[in-house]
Design a protein around this ligand. Structure first.
Ligand SMILES: [Zn+2]
Length: 1012
């Protein structure tokens, strides 16, 4: 029986949050738990693997031919009958591997659509075990559900305390770069390239398939790798070069003056005909990576540490020499700072090399890091500090990265932020020097989309992996450090390093040491903050200055009891600082002084900066801006509009649509119409709430309104009379929680009511000249209610959504179901689109004809948009060009027959439609074929005669928001209409268009920009 300490501990924490659960069970678990933690420290063990590899690079066919032999030391108390091996190159063998599936789920289809020759694999395995008698026995392998994991079956059980020698040949087809390993022409990035045992620790085996989003866990040991390749390759790898001749050659390269930056810009020197063999050795590492390129410039510098001397190397493309000018200085700074703050660097070399890389821009391996191509010196600096810093977090402190990325990525990022602040990075200046990952956290937190910082890497939605691990998680440690005090934090970190270097620390080991070094209670950090998805928001509620000092009242807007620092600053300097105890609701703090500014300390991971200072003045700013200030901001933008009645409209947008978004949002757009010489406008206000609920993600209350002219008439008069509508529509939306964080399912319910006032004109006959003339008449007030249930599956391939809708007006009711499915071809960005519609109409009017305008319709034009939900150029037009605007509503047909008194395709009973579209398998042609099929029943006999309709043609797809439709085939009733109504220019009149402006999600404009 295996004692599973962490599972128990996790369970105990869960119980803490469910107070109704039996308390006795909890107490027993807690007792068991503390006993086991104590026992575990005493009995810590880990396996050891010493690896030797001989490998030959074939740079013509991009193959590795290799032989592996390893000594596996079973230092566990268990008998092993098999060993799990990772064969990571096999992640690139098939599009069904865990890597390929995760990549598609993350929206990247490059690997999925790659050709066989671009992919890679590992084969030619034949595991042999050396017996005590020195004989070799062939070992069997059991395949697992993952192509990149096998079980090697041991012939004899491997007893505790014994060792085994295993060997196998292997061959690797090197893929193009889709993730971390691969080749780009004759530049080679060889990481996770050889068969490697999975970790066996106190929690059991850890066989993990390769993932892009999710890192590694490996056993410590020694490596000796002999690499044969054409002699003119520059080779950079984990560890130290054995051959003196190679070392001399490499060092001679570092003394060559810099070449022109055009060298090898578009070329690569041919490979030398002769091969060299270079051997690398290293101790106490858990991985071995190597990189080879013929074009690199190499530089080196030695870094003296207190009792060792380290040689730093950089290798980069001649064209990026400016960006890499300070590369060695970055390595030096990393070694010095991490050695001082965490623990001394134990290896003899540290290297940073440049390469083309897909995953994460850069990647770390023991003693060597690969940095993606960049022209920005600030970015190269922060990347080198981050990646080289990983030598400590995961290199030396080998936690399970796959399950606990907060122990390596968040911690490493925390130190990176201290050593290389992101403000140095040019790319971040757009965000006002803000750390982009933290900025992303603020953005997602404002949308109620955060994930607990201590989640396993594969549980995060892709964006959250960056924002919650690298952004939020790193800032959590800043908060902890501020709370403990820097000396206590550093002492804890240094003991953690000294205790756990070259070992596999677990989260509870980290927790135990930090609690040991803190005189304050750290339960809020480990038991409340880390496992919670709640976004942190505090505000200053009140500041009272008296003769005796200042009393500050704080408000905790997030539902977690956490401690908060509050500071008093005078002329930008903190003169007084106090911490609250962990609190809910409100808390008060007393300051001795009165002068200066009171604000919440910057170490708090607060996503909502408004009211974090005692004074938060209101400021109106031009255009747009970020929402990362303590003051409340609104923006003003010029606005321009057009419709055929009002003509051009000019005005302004007053809004607070920003990132991170506000809970209370508005956009108000007053406009002046140059044609109708009247005021018009549109706007909305919205309030969003994110309750901590098991099933409800959020609710939103909205009020939207607009007023424009929708018709004009100058019959027998010398000026136009206008008809105007006013719409006011309150709405309540509930968004349901996703079943799991990475789920592509979105579900919501919307309840919306409409009050719409429509201006009327009366046409009276003038007795003097018998002519009819329009006069303003009494407006009509119309009321509607609508309920919608929307279900969306946003998966990368074959996304699907459907909407069930009920409408109620004074004279009608409607029920409908609309479903849309995209079926992806086996070709990038090409698909078939299927839309289905079924609707039922209920006539509630005493005179059936009163409900005529509300009938179901195969083609939706401006006059059918009685809810004023769409944007039409001329919503009452029947004969001019704007009449050719249609919307994909109800039947989704593209041909209108508005000039008939009784247009085609109306129904007062049932209406069904099927709309099919397909991309053409031609690259870069924005043309689709479409076909519409409709069937309806009606009580009206004229409509019954044309209840089966079809049309088909071409769609010119001009982005998401504009499409043109050219019908080619259509039901005879449609062609009769076109022949009768358009004797001339029939082709032109048959073209219709749609403007899909409703697709713009103004409320989430920020997350849309960054998220998609
Ligand atoms: Zn990292």
């Amino acid at each position: 029986m295996k004692w599973n300490i962490t599972a128990d501990k996790g369970f105990a924490i869960v119980l803490l949050y469910k107070p109704k659960t039996l308390r006795t069970v909890f107490v027993i678990l807690l007792l068991l738990n503390s006993l086991q933690v104590g026992a575990q420290n005493a009995a810590y063990w880990q396996q050891r693997v010493d690896t030797k590899i001989e490998v030959r690079l074939d740079d013509a066919e991009h193959f590795l031919h290799a032989h592996l032999s390893l000594d596996y030391y079973n230092q566990s108390p268990d008998t092993l009958r098999f060993i799990y091996f990772h064969l990571y190159p096999n992640a690139y063998r098939t599009d069904r591997s865990a890597f390929a599936r995760q990549d598609v789920a993350n929206g990247s289809t490059d690997f999925y659509f790659s050709k066989k020759e671009q992919r890679g694999y590992l084969d030619s395995l034949q595991f042999l075990a050396q017996t005590d008698e020195g004989e070799e026995a062939k070992l069997g392998m059991i395949l697992t559900e993952h192509p990149d994991i096998v079980k090697v079956i041991l012939q004899e059980p491997l007893l505790p305390g014994s060792q085994i020698k295993l060997s196998t040949p292997f061959r690797v087809k090197i893929p193009e770069v889709f993730s971390r390993m691969g080749h780009s022409g004759q530049a080679y990035y060889l990481s996770q390239w050889f068969p490697k045992p999975a970790v066996y620790d106190a929690k059991g085996w850890h066989p993990y398939p390769y993932l892009n989003q999710g890192e590694f866990y490996s056993e410590y040991g020694s490596y000796e790798v002999a690499i044969s390749l054409p002699a003119n390759y520059i080779l950079m790898a984990t560890g130290n070069i054995v051959e003196e001749q190679e070392q001399r050659w490499l060092d001679s390269l570092t003394a060559i003056p810099l070449p022109p930056d055009t060298l090898y810009k578009n070329s690569n020197p041919p490979s030398a005909p002769n091969y060299k063999t270079v051997t690398f050795k290293e101790e106490n590492v858990h991985d071995f990576a190597w990189f080879a390129d013929k074009r690199w410039v190499v530089r080196k510098e030695s870094i003296p540490l207190s009792d060792s001397e380290i040689t730093a190397y950089t290798a980069f493309a001649p064209q990026h020499q400016k960006a890499w000018a300070l590369g060695l200085a970055s390595l030096k700074k990393t070694v010095n700072e991490f050695s001082k703050r965490v623990g001394p660097y134990p290896y003899k070399t540290i290297k940073a090399v440049e390469g083309l890389l897909v995953a994460g821009g850069a990647m770390e391996y023991p003693t060597i890091t690969l940095i993606g191509g960049s022209k920005d010196p600030g970015e190269v600096h922060t990347l080198i500090v981050h990646e080289a810093g990983h030598n400590w977090f995961y290199g030396i402190l080998g936690n399970n990265e796959r399950l606990y990325p907060w122990l390596d990525e968040s911690l490493n990022r925390f130190y990176e932020n201290k050593i290389a602040p992101d403000s140095l990075n040019k790319g971040n200046q757009l965000l006002g020097g803000q750390d982009p990952n933290y900025f992303g956290y603020m953005m997602l937190a404002a949308n109620g989309q955060t994930v607990p910082a201590n989640s396993p890497s594969f549980d995060f939605p892709q964006l959250n992996y960056a924002t919650d691990v690298y952004g939020k998680g790193a800032f959590y440690f800043k908060w902890l450090e501020d709370y403990m005090g820097e000396p206590a934090f550093q002492a804890a970190m240094q003991e953690y390093f000294a205790t756990w270097k070259f070992k596999h620390p677990q989260p509870e080991d980290f927790e135990q040491l930090f609690k040991k070094h803190s005189i304050k209670n750290l339960s809020w950090f480990f038991e409340v903050l880390l496992p919670s998805a709640v976004a942190i928001d505090y505000s200053i509620a009140q500041v009272n200055r008296t003769e005796n000092g200042t009393v500050v009242k704080l408000k905790n807007k997030s539902d977690l009891p956490l401690p908060v620092p509050v500071v008093r600053t005078v002329e930008g300097k903190v003169v007084e600082k106090h911490w609250t105890e962990p609190f809910l609701g409100t808390a008060s703090l007393k300051f001795e002084g009165q002068e200066g500014l009171i604000s919440i300390g910057s170490s708090v991971t607060d996503y909502n900066m408004s009211k974090n200072e005692e004074r938060s003045p209101f400021r109106l700013k031009p255009f747009l801006g970020w929402n990362t200030h303590a003051d409340r901001r609104a923006w003003v933008l010029p606005a321009l509009g057009y419709n055929v009645y009002d003509r051009f409209l000019v005005g302004a947008v007053f809004h607070n649509l920003t990132i991170p978004k506000n809970k209370f949002q508005y956009a108000l757009v007053p406009l002046y119409a140059l044609g109708s010489k009247s005021f018009a406008g549109t706007g909305f206000i919205n309030y969003s709430s994110y309750p901590q609920s098991d099933w409800l993600h959020s609710w939103h209350v909205r009020l939207s309104g607009k007023t424009f002219s929708f018709d004009k008439n100058n019959l027998n008069i010398d000026h136009y009379l206008y008809r105007r509508f006013i719409k006011v529509a309150p709405e309540l939306v509930f968004e349901f929680k996703k079943p799991y964080y990475r789920s592509p399912i979105e579900r919501s319910i919307s309840l919306k009511t409409f009050w719409i006032r429509e201006g009327q004109l009366a046409f009276n006959q003038d007795p003097t000249d018998s002519l009819y003339r329009p006069n303003p008449d009494q407006s009509k007030d119309l009321f509607y209610a609508r309920v919608q249930y929307l279900h969306k599956n946003t998966r990368t391939f074959n996304p699907l959504d459907y909407c069930v809708e009920g409408q109620l007006g004074q004279q009608f009711a409607k029920l409908s179901l609309t479903a849309q499915l995209r079926i992806d071809y086996h070709l990038k960005n090409k698909a078939i689109y299927i839309r289905g519609y079924a609707g039922k109409f209920f006539n509630l009017a005493s005179n059936p004809y009163d409900a005529y305008r509300y009938r179901l319709t195969q083609t939706s034009s401006g006059i059918h948009d009685y809810l004023y939900e769409e944007t039409y150029l001329g919503r009452s037009e029947v004969a001019t060009f704007p009449a050719q605007q249609i919307s994909m509503r109800e039947g989704g047909f593209k041909i209108n027959t508005l000039q008939y008194a009784n247009p085609i395709g109306l129904s007062d009973d049932w209406l069904f439609a099927l709309n099919l579209k397909t991309d053409l398998p031609l690259a870069w042609v924005p043309l689709r074929l479409y076909a519409d099929l409709g069937y309806s029943t009606a009580f009206n006999t004229a409509e019954q005669q044309r209840n089966l309709l079809y049309s088909a043609g071409l769609e010119l797809y001009l982005g998401k928001y504009l499409s043109l439709y050219i019908p080619v085939l259509m039901s005879p009733v449609y062609s009769e209409y076109q022949t009768a109504i358009f004797p001339k220019n029939r082709f032109w009149h048959s073209i219709s268009f749609s403007l899909n402006l409703k697709e713009i999600d103004w409320l989430n404009i920020g997350s849309g920009l960054v998220g998609n």
